[in-house]
Design a protein around this ligand. Structure first.
Ligand code: BGC
Length: 388
């Protein structure tokens, strides 16, 4: 049963690609996964397949709302966003639909997360949302769930199985937004690039976004990358050590830092502070962590890309419920096709990120993401409009 449905999902994904290729570019908003030239061959595969036009009968798998159990496998809660924003939004969407939320925390262990998914299955989960520690290591668990008829949502981070629904932000776009702000401030000079966890596809998506902005300036020598590294587990303490080392190697001659999230930016700024450079060297981040927004107000961080995780959580929770009720992937509202680096056409929901700088901090206040008090701690009067 499940393998039939998986096959069906693949056929439908191909049909969507075929439709997009013949139309005016329904995939254009999804361009994150690959450079445009890499995303072309989709029609080759589609040519060989004649997709059916109707969804197959689900064989009565749909359940009454009240019976639904949705399991969420978290890799950890290290960043503020997961417990503060994502989890409550997912839970609310599930409970509003009459379902039950259950969850596991893998404590940053890819092995544990494999066991966790099996555990959620044995607890009766009708759909599973996974925030993957390692997008490759998790594949057998995803395959196992799908083969048992349990839909999977790849949450925020790509899992290369086109049977899963991929719900995320435009991560290449996040990288581009960070780099645009930093590049405008520092069009020439020495850059350090602090990337996130290598097993998380987002680290490379963000890097791709950087490249789109600074690639040319690096090629022509205007920008020199004096240090670049992945950071295990997006660990802020490790990012601080990395930054300290790059500062030492470069004799403190670092003009800008592209840090891929706010947690690591906190480590970077601490390293700069120790050298009296905080506020002079622009630093990027993402997630709109409360402390990071305060740093933006204080001027020690130039930008935090805000991804409203409340919306992401809601979208994933609602989609998981619909999938558990038997809705086919491509009938989930708002989906587009994302051409993944692994050559999969993922049915995806891709939300838009927003760059937050000193000039538009009002947005996060108006959205009730942060209070003026939290945002403006220690800020000199008259320096940031929203702080007074
Ligand atoms: C997410 C970021 C987060 C990072 C560390 C990434 O996959 O997109 O928002 O900061 O993981 O949790």
């Amino acid at each position: 049963m499940r393998s039939l449905r998986t096959t069906w999902a693949l056929l439908v994904a191909l049909a969507l690609v075929l439709a997009a290729c013949g139309g005016d570019g329904g995939t254009t908003t999804t361009a994150g996964g690959a450079a445009p030239e890499d995303s072309a061959p989709a029609d080759t595969a589609a040519e060989e397949t004649t997709p059916a036009t109707e969804a197959p009968d689900d064989g009565g798998e749909a359940e009454a709302d009240g019976d639904l159990v949705i399991g969420v496998s978290w890799n950890n809660y290290n960043e503020e966003r997961w417990a503060r924003w994502d989890e409550p939004a997912i839970r609310a969407a599930i409970e509003e639909a009459g379902g039950t939320y259950i969850s596991t925390d893998a404590g940053s262990s890819a092995e544990q997360q494999l066991a966790d998914v099996e555990n959620l299955i044995s607890q009766g989960a009708d759909a599973i949302i996974i925030l993957a520690q390692d997008g490759t290591a998790i594949l057998p668990a995803v395959e196992s769930a799908l083969s048992q008829g349990i839909p999977v949502v790849a949450y925020d981070r790509l899992i290369e199985n086109p049977g899963a629904l991929y719900v995320t932000f435009d991560n290449v776009g996040v990288g581009r937004l960070m780099a645009e702000v930093i590049y405008e401030m520092v069009p020439t000079g020495n850059y350090v690039i602090i990337k996130g966890n290598q097993a998380d596809a987002n680290a490379d998506f963000l890097r791709e976004g950087f490249e789109q902005v600074i690639g040319e300036a690096v090629a022509n020598g205007d920008i020199t990358i004096v240090g670049e590294t992945y950071t295990d587990n997006w660990d802020p303490a490790l990012a601080q050590t990395e930054m300290e080392q790059y500062l030492t190697q470069a004799n403190n001659e670092v003009d800008a830092v592209l840090s891929q999230n706010d947690g690591m930016a906190s480590g970077v700024v601490a390293a700069l502070e120790a050298q009296g450079l905080a506020g002079q060297v622009p630093v990027s981040g993402q997630d709109a962590d409360l402390a990071a927004l305060n740093r933006v107000a204080l001027g020690t961080q130039a930008v935090s890309v805000w991804k409203d995780a409340r919306e992401l959580g809601r979208a994933a929770g609602e989609a998981a419920v619909a999938l558990a009720q038997g809705t086919p992937l491509e009938e989930i509202p708002g989906t587009v096709i994302f051409d993944s680096p692994g050559g999969n056409q993922m049915v995806s929901i891709l939300l838009e990120p927003v760059a937050i700088t000193r000039d538009n901090l009002n947005l996060v206040v108006e959205a009730e993401w942060i209070t003026v008090d939290q945002l403006c701690q220690g800020v000199q009067p008259g320096t940031v409009e929203v702080c007074g």
